[in-house]
Design a protein around this ligand. Structure first.
Ligand code: WTA
Length: 648
């Protein structure tokens, strides 16, 4: 376990701000409380914690339809491999679509989409259901069966959601790879999931330019030749190479008679796999977090309902990308399960101008906006005049996720966007948790920068290395003490790594370790400090130092590399890399640029280091582990602390 790192508070300014924010309390307005889905949430939260299985049992019947009821809520006989809703039969596509078609919701808008160039498309529940059925039949005709994996690599288009839902409908397992990833990231994820089918796009729009996704997909398939068929959705109409017998156009397949608009959802066991989502960990190898069909649905539907208080007349905008867990849980699945209307925007927040998002809020009458601190800070930078040009009065709730929100950005979001009327739901959770874990609901008094309290039925705490609880305001390890339905069930193909990664630090107590440090204040409010492992959050994106390091050493001139996260006002953190070059190669600005470009093509633009330093040696322990902590202390000009394990 990593020792508590004194450098996790490198940003002294943030520290001072947080101390001030701790005593700043925003109580909900009376009308917010009286309109809330659960006005007495705080009382319910207490009783839920006393008996978590009773709480989740009630939610599973309230939120979800089951083809066959479950016999047991929680099976903890093979810890930490918990099973939820044992014996229950369900399908997420049934709850998200099939069941709504039989009600008035058939005609309700499920999805409103706006392209970066302003084009609009809308899908009623009926139309979305038909499209999903048709694509499900296409996948079947390609030989995809229950339990097979399908890799999806697309831009932010409705067809990405359709492909996910269609895969789930036929009982296959999707692995969505974020469209901002590049060749090697995609190749290694295809390889690990052993997908025979890849769904992609010709290209994606970004800031008025197109990115050729098909080229990247081709290169990834060349590196991971398990793929037999590639389905290409035409988005940008740019010229792409189509390989005969392997590549098929989405629109051509959807026009064939096999693409019938009727398709029965496969009956799935609650514990059958639903999807794999790769995330960054402590090694360079991708880590396929596995979620299953039953508990995941219960968790995401409950949390969205309680926290964002969705009502039938809401227009929900989760401004994430479907390719991350936030998109899986809160763009694609839970809004549909609740029968809500979602809005989705393809492009950048500030394209063509910094008012794009605010104009969309006004144009579509968005009532709830959920985004990341980095986006807020990015838009804040342009000044409030851009937001003030628009009527934002439709908004009633705001949300944030992905990294700690600094109180200054929180207050700006609250005042300039929410006009001091809209409570901000700061939701702490992870790819591994499936859904929200520490979060307020609209009735919880807020403190800027705090995710407030563990959600109902979630048993979170901040503890010392030996498991004893921390005192108020003492930094410690953020742990979850009891299982929850949306928890990851394993790491795809590597159950040992699952146990080692999440359940070994507090094995004696049987607790899940999140990898985050946090503290609780005197009111029991949680303040997340940040990652304690080699994971870096850059603009809210989760990256592993090891991934960036292996991309760097795959360059012919680099012998060894180490990466660290350095605090950044806008992006939360940026990456600094330290490279030892091969004999005879000299460091130069042009080589640094070439290395950045190399990381961009291997992993993607989000992983590009902000700074590359050429060094002769790296600080290592006697056992050969790079001491990134020392590099970080040096960059931040801080005391280097204990160096007794340093090799030389
Ligand atoms: C961080 C994203 C502070 C945290 C859903 C966690 C947060 C990691 C918050 C998971 C928040 C997420 N406040 N930190 N509200 N939300 N984090 O898997 O460090 O991409 O461990 O899931 O993001 O990142 P992931």
């Amino acid at each position: 376990m990593s020792e508590l790192d004194p450098n996790v508070h490198p940003d002294a300014k943030r520290e001072v701000e947080i101390l001030a924010a701790e005593s700043e309390l925003y109580a909900p307005a009376a009308e917010v409380v009286s309109n809330a889905y659960l006005p007495d949430y705080l009382a319910l939260r207490q009783s839920a914690l006393a008996d978590i299985t009773a709480f989740w049992d009630a939610r599973a019947t309230e939120m979800i339809d089951w083809y066959e009821p479950y016999a047991q809520v929680l099976d903890d006989s093979s810890k930490p491999f918990y099973k939820w809703f044992v014996g229950g039969k369900t399908n997420i596509a049934h709850n998200a679509l099939d069941r709504h078609i039989k009600t008035w919701r058939k005609n309700k808008l499920a999805l409103i989409w706006e392209a970066e160039d302003g084009e609009q498309r809308t899908f009623s529940y009926f139309r979305l259901w038909q499209e999903v059925n048709r694509f499900a039949n296409v996948l079947k005709s390609m030989g995809v069966k229950k339990g097979d994996t399908v890799t999806i690599y697309m831009g932010r288009v409705p067809e990405l959601s359709i492909a996910m839902l269609a895969t789930a409908k036929i009982g296959a397992i999707h692995s969505v790879v974020y469209g901002g990833f590049s060749e090697q990231a995609l190749a290694s994820r295809i390889e690990d999931a052993q997908s025979k089918v890849l769904v992609t796009c010709d290209g994606a729009w970004l800031r008025g330019k197109t990115i050729n996704l098909k080229d990247i997909a081709d290169e990834a398939v060349r590196r991971s030749p398990v793929v037999q068929s590639v389905i290409v959705y035409q988005r940008t109409k740019q010229t792409v190479r189509m390989e005969q017998g392997r590549d098929y156009w989405w629109h051509e397949l959807m026009a064939l008679p096999i693409a019938s608009s009727k398709c029965t959802s496969e009956v799935m066991d609650a514990e059958d796999p639903l999807f794999i989502l790769y995330t960054s960990g402590t090694t360079g190898r991708p880590k396929g977090v596995l979620h299953t069909c039953g508990g995941y649905q219960v968790h995401i539907a409950t949390t969205l309902q309680y926290v964002f208080d969705l009502k039938d007349d809401d227009r929900w905008w989760c401004a994430a990308d479907q390719g991350w867990i936030t998109g899986h849980s809160y763009i694609v699945y839970s809004p549909l399960i609740l029968g809500a209307t979602s809005f989705m925007y393809e492009g950048s927040p500030d394209f063509p101008y910094p008012n794009r998002w605010w104009s969309l809020v006004e144009k579509y009458g968005i009532t709830i906006l959920y985004t990341a601190p980095t986006a807020i800070r990015g838009l804040m930078r342009y000044g409030e005049a851009w937001a003030n040009r628009h009527d934002l009065s439709s908004l009633r709730l705001l949300g944030t996720v992905g990294e700690p929100i600094n109180p200054e950005a929180w207050r700006w979001y609250h005042r300039v966007i929410g006009k001091e009327r809209c409570p901000i739901m700061d939701t702490w959770w992870q790819t591994e948790t499936g859904g929200f874990m520490i979060t307020p609901t609209p009735v919880v008094p807020l403190k800027p920068g705090s995710a407030t309290l563990p959600f109902a039925g979630i048993d979170a705490d901040v503890v010392r290395e030996d498991g004893t609880p921390c005192d108020a305001n003492e930094d410690g390890y953020l742990v979850i003490r009891q299982p929850w339905p949306g928890m990851a069930r394993t790491i795809w193909g590597d159950p040992e790594r699952y146990v080692q990664q999440y359940w070994s630090d507090f094995a004696k107590q049987g607790w899940y370790f999140t990898g985050d440090s946090a503290r609780k204040d005197q009111d029991g409010y949680f303040w997340i400090i940040g990652r304690m492992d080699d994971v870096i959050k850059v603009s809210g994106y989760r990256l592993g130092t090891a991934e960036v390091e292996s991309a760097l050493v795959s360059h012919k001139d680099v012998a060894e590399a180490a990466c660290i996260g350095v605090p950044d006002e806008l992006r939360g953190n940026v990456i600094h890399a330290f490279c030892i070059l091969n004999n005879g190669v000299n460091g130069s600005d042009s080589l640094a640029d070439a290395l950045k470009q190399h990381v961009r093509t291997e992993i993607g633009p989000i992983a590009v280091p902000a700074k590359i330093n050429f060094v002769d040696s790296l600080p290592k322990t006697r056992s050969g582990k790079i001491m990134r902590r020392l590099l970080k202390a040096q960059v931040l000009g801080q005391p280097i602390g204990d160096t007794s394990t340093l090799a030389d």
